[in-house]
Each structure stands twice: as structure tokens, then as C-alpha cells.
Design a protein around this ligand. Structure first.
Ligand code: SF4
Length: 463
């Protein structure tokens, strides 16, 4: 089945699942209340967005210089830095490290880049045990499914479903209380941390000035992942660079606010190298893998380059009416929602993924909410234009020609309105049938009732 058919089938199934849609709407409704409260704590959220957009513009437009600075500073403190041009190369580098270390088990903290390169599948195929330590990721891993959302991986599941899952997979689920379920996961994971040979993390920001990777989280799992195993591997996209350490003063609260409606995430840690003499914890060896995977191609596209400014806060997903109705898994991609629809055609091929650009009402809510001011809905239009392979069909051209003539001539327009009004009963009869030219649209929607009189008539009669 093609990607577009998969998308349509999944979208039809999820939009028909009113329970799931209601559940997602409630969760996101609570997020919106919390986010707005936190936004109000900024002196000016709009000025903060502008400053963040300018900082990311500076970072991405001088990416070469910033990456050089980042790498030289990381290496000066003993970190081994690797460059991966694509997903296959990144997997190869990581597999080589874990094989050389004779590792058996790997503990991971949340990293969307590892989903992007399908790392877990590659590691498991090579015989390694991989455990996700972020609670949401742990839950979806037990269900053998990808994350539903880039920030809230298991937001589509109810407490009862998680209790049943834990009972089935872990044999322990005293109730559906979040506290008790968290304690069950915690007991399982503590053992995994102790046994793990390798700790694997992603990274939220890479500071060029100081050579540091900043990791943001709420559970302390990334800290344990970095602190206990002897070897640490960090995989991050090259676009994660920020020029200065001081930029974190803006980006950390902004990411927490836009991502989860928090003033700050609970844990914010800066890593600058492996354990140094005299230090009591941290890895003995630290590998940082910098992933391109077609990001430089996006960088070369002056029109859409700002898509690399994304800080993966997930805010555009949360406000998107399409995401809210079709859910995260429908997209069939690592990055879903508006940002996923913009970047996936660049990362995985425009022709295979062009349908995502059409999965948008172009309402602009994504652009309006994006903390780094990415022009998301215009990029969806750019993708539509770029994906167009030829002339519109004869029928399409004819339809628009006729529409243009009717719409430009008041007398024709007035007749068309009358015809529409008079044929109302007929339209109701053919709705959804093979005779209905708009049946895909009307199959699941009621036609709005046509008013008894037109606005013009109403205005005239009103005198
Ligand atoms: S595009 Fe903007 S709103 Fe969407 S995830 Fe990225 S930073 Fe957040």
C-alpha cells in the first residue's frame, strides 16, 4: 500500500473513533490552559518569539562556523565526535561503538533522532537489548509502536489501557493510578540502568560557544542514562546548534512553555565531556553523533531553510485541527503534525510524502503558535507547489474556467445562487451517492442548510 493510501485508511479509522478524538482534545485543552498561563509570565511572549527566531536564524545561517566551534570544544575535553551523512551511516557508527564495547544492553532516554534512523530495530536485530527509559517511550515500546507525539509519546492511551499493558507485559499493575503505575515502571527501570553497558541520549540544544549539549527532561531518566553506564552515545541533528550559552536563558523556558505549559522542565543538564579526573560520576567515554540525513539539502533551500529552526516543542501539533482529528500515528512518519508535513518530504522524498502537505486546512494556527516563528503553513504551500508534476487535468481547468466566468459576472452568479437554492432537495437526495460530485467530502458531513433568503435579499429587505 502506498504512503498516501496508508494515510487515508488510518485517517478514516481515527476520525471515526470519537472516543480517541475526545480524549486527545481533552488532553490538549488542558495543555492550552497551562501554556497560556506560562506565556503570560513572559514580559512579552511576542518579543521572546522574535528574539528566538533571530537567534536560530543566526545559528542556521552560520551553521558551518558554529559546528566547527562546537566540535573543537567537545573534542578538547575528550569527547569523540562522529559525522553521519544519513540514517544508515548513523546506525553503522552506533552499532560499531556498541559492538566494540562488547555491550549487551543499552538504556535510552528520549531521542526523536533515534526514531528517525530506526535505531532500536537495528540494535535489536543485531542482538542487543534496548530499553526506553522515558515513561511515555517505555509504554509505547511495550506496545511495539512508535511515539504518538514528539513530546507526549503515549498521550493516546488511557490509564486503564496502561494498567492492562503493565499487567500483561510486566505482570505488575496494582491499579490505574498514575503514581502506582510510575512506581512499577521505575522498579523495572532501576535494574536496567544498573545492568546497561551503554547509555544513549538525544540532545535539545548544542552550544557552539562552550561545546556543550543541553538535555531537557522531566523524569531524571536522561541524567541516570548519562551518569551510570560507562559509555554514553548522544545522537542529535546538526540543526540543534545555538551560538551562545546565554541563549539557553531564552530557549529553555521557551521550550518548556511551548512544549508542555511548564515554566521550566524539571531537569536541565549541560554535558561538556566524559568524566574528568576527580569527578565522581558520568561516562568514561562519550560519543556524539551529528546527524545530517538531508538537513544540508534543506539548508540549501533558501525558501524553506527556516524549517531547520524547529526546537521540536510539539506546539504546532497541539493546535493543528488535522493532528487533533487524525492523531499522530496516521502520519506514518517520525515527525507528525505541521512540522512533520513540512520536513518529511525534504527528509524522505517529496513525491512519496507530498500528500502530507495537503493534510492541512492552511488555517495558520501552527505558524501563529510556533515559538521560533517558522512560516509553517506557507511551507506547506511551497511543498504543494514543488510537488506539482504537470498541468492540471482538462476537467480541473474546465471547472475553474467556468467558475471564473460565473463568479466574475453578477448576473451569472445570481442565477447560480438561485439554481443552488432551488436544487436543495435534489442535493440532499444525491448526497454521498455516486451522482454526488463531492461525495468524498459529503460522505461524512451534513450539508449546511441553505438560508431561506440570500444576504443581499436580507439586506435589501431590511432597508
Ligand atoms: S515547528 Fe515550531 S511549533 Fe512546531 S515543533 Fe517546531 S518549534 Fe515547535
Amino acid at each position: 500500500m502506498s504512503f498516501v493510501s496508508q494515510f487515508k485508511t488510518a485517517a478514516e479509522r481515527v476520525t471515526g473513533d470519537s472516543r480517541q478524538r475526545q480524549f486527545i482534545r481533552t488532553a490538549l485543552g488542558n495543555y492550552e490552559i497551562a501554556r497560556d498561563k506560562r506565556k503570560a509570565a513572559f514580559q512579552s511572549w511576542e518579543s521572546a518569539r522574535q528574539a528566538a527566531a533571530e537567534t536560530k536564524w543566526e545559528a542556521i545561517n552560520h551553521l558551518d562556523k558554529h559546528l566547527e566551534s562546537l566540535v573543537s570544544k567537545l573534542e578538547a575535553r575528550g569527547t569523540k565526535v562522529h559525522w553521519a551523512s544519513n540514517a544508515a551511516q548513523a546506525r553503522e557508527i552506533i552499532l560499531k561503538i556498541v559492538t566494540e564495547k562488547k555491550a549487551r544492553s543499552i538504556i535510552k532516554s528520549k531521542a526523536m533522532t533515534s526514531e528517525e534512523i530506526h535505531l532500536n530495530e537495528a540494535l535489536e536485530k543485531a542482538g542487543f537489548t534496548v530499553v526506553e527509559s522515558d515513561l511515555g517511550e517505555f509504554i509505547v515500546q511495550l506496545r511495539h509502536e512508535p511515539p504518538y507525539h514528539i513530546v507526549f509519546p503515549s498521550m493516546h492511551l488511557t490509564r486503564d489501557e496502561i494498567r492492562d499493558l503493565f499487567q500483561k507485559e510486566l505482570g505488575d499493575a496494582p491499579s490505574n493510578s498514575p503514581e502506582e503505575l510510575t512506581m512499577v515502571a521505575r522498579r523495572v527501570m532501576r535494574q536496567k540502568y544498573i545492568q546497561a553497558d551503554i547509555g544513549f541520549t538525544g540532545g535539545n540544544f548544542a552550544i557552539a560557544e562552550t561545546g556543550m549539549i543541553s538535555i531537557t527532561e522531566n523524569e531524571g531518566n536522561a541524567r541516570l542514562t548519562a551518569a551510570l553506564p560507562k559509555t554514553m552515545i548522544t545522537l542529535l541533528g546538526i540543526e540543534k546548534v545555538l551560538p551562545r550559552f546565554a541563549d539557553l536563558a531564552l530557549f529553555l523556558p521557551m521550550l518548556a512553555t511551548a512544549g508542555a505549559g511548564q515554566p521550566m522542565t524539571c531537569y536541565n543538564t549541560m554535558y561538556s565531556g566524559p568524566r574528568q579526573p576527580g569527578e565522581c560520576d558520568g561516562p568514561e567515554e562519550w560519543h556524539v553523533v551529528l546527524l545530517d540525513n538531508r538537513r544540508t539539502e534543506l539548508l540549501a533551500d533558501a525558501e524553506q531553510r527556516d524549517a531547520l529552526h524547529c526546537i521540536r516543542c510539539g506546539a504546532c501539533l497541539n493546535v493543528c485541527p488535522i493532528f487533533r482529528n487524525v492523531g499522530g500515528h496516521t502520519y506514518g512518519t517520525t515527525y507528525s503534525g505541521p512540522v512533520g508535513s513540512v520536513i518529511t518530504p525534504h527528509l524522505r522524498g517529496l513525491q512519496d510524502w507530498k500528500h502530507l502537505s495537503n493534510a492541512s486546512s492552511l488555517c495558520g494556527a501552527c505558524t501563529e503558535t510556533c515559538p521560533v516563528k517558522i512560516d509553517l503553513h506557507h511551507h506547506l504551500l511551497h511543498n504543494r507547489r514543488n510537488a506539482s508534476t504537470g498541468e492540471p487535468s482538462f476537467f480541473e481547468r474546465l471547472t475553474f474556467k467556468v467558475f471564473a466566468i460565473v463568479a466574475n459576472e453578477p448576473a451569472f452568479w445570481s442565477v447560480a445562487k438561485k439554481v443552488g437554492w432551488l436544487t436543495q432537495p435534489l442535493q440532499k437526495l444525491v448526497k454521498g451517492s455516486a451522482l454526488d460530485p463531492a461525495r468524498t467530502w459529503t460522505k461524512t458531513r451534513d450539508l449546511p442548510p441553505i438560508p431561506q433568503e440570500t444576504f443581499k435579499d436580507w439586506w435589501r429587505n431590511r432597508k
